[in-house]
Design a protein around this ligand. Structure first.
Ligand SMILES: [Zn+2]
Length: 154
């Protein structure tokens, strides 16, 4: 897992939020000088989730590409298909956050509480928080995120 410490990118991306570390496109960017083992395990789950959805998005994009060739409707616009694998994870993350945020707000909760509840309930965060303490176990007993394991958290 590639981690960029003292990252300006992390500063920019998280300047409105109260966290200092972010996983972007399979790499980890942090404002900190070093990360705890727990944070590394948390981010490693996000990297695995991202790679899984990147692979799925790539398969989807290639499928759409061949379908378009088959029906003779190809063009330069097809280059935009590359955004499917790159952004699928973030689209999923964001949609799930917004839906959960609205549902919690509708239950007469405040903005801050709705934000925190929605964030912790996102399936990717549930898995990452569940697995972030695995570093305490002996190596052979550790559980890791793999493939679509995050789906178990719904
Ligand atoms: Zn997280």
């Amino acid at each position: 897992m590639k981690v960029y410490y003292n990252s300006k990118i992390a500063k920019v991306v998280t300047f409105l939020a109260d966290f200092a570390t972010v996983m972007l496109f399979g790499a980890v960017f942090t404002e900190e000088k070093k990360l705890s083992e727990r944070d590394k395990f948390h981010e490693a789950s996000h990297v695995e989730q991202y790679e899984t959805l990147f692979g799925s998005g790539l398969a989807l994009a290639v499928g759409i590409m061949f379908t378009c060739f088959a029906f003779d409707c190809y063009g330069w616009w097809m280059l935009a298909l590359i955004f499917i694998p790159l952004l699928l994870y973030y689209a999923w993350y964001l949609i799930e956050f917004v839906v959960r945020f609205i549902i919690t707000l509708a239950k007469q909760k405040g903005w801050k509480e709705a934000h925190d509840k929605a964030y912790h309930a996102i399936v990717f965060e549930r898995e990452a928080y569940d697995l972030e303490n695995e570093y305490r176990k002996p190596c052979q007993e550790r559980r890791y995120a793999s493939s679509f394991s995050f789906l178990k958290y719904y």
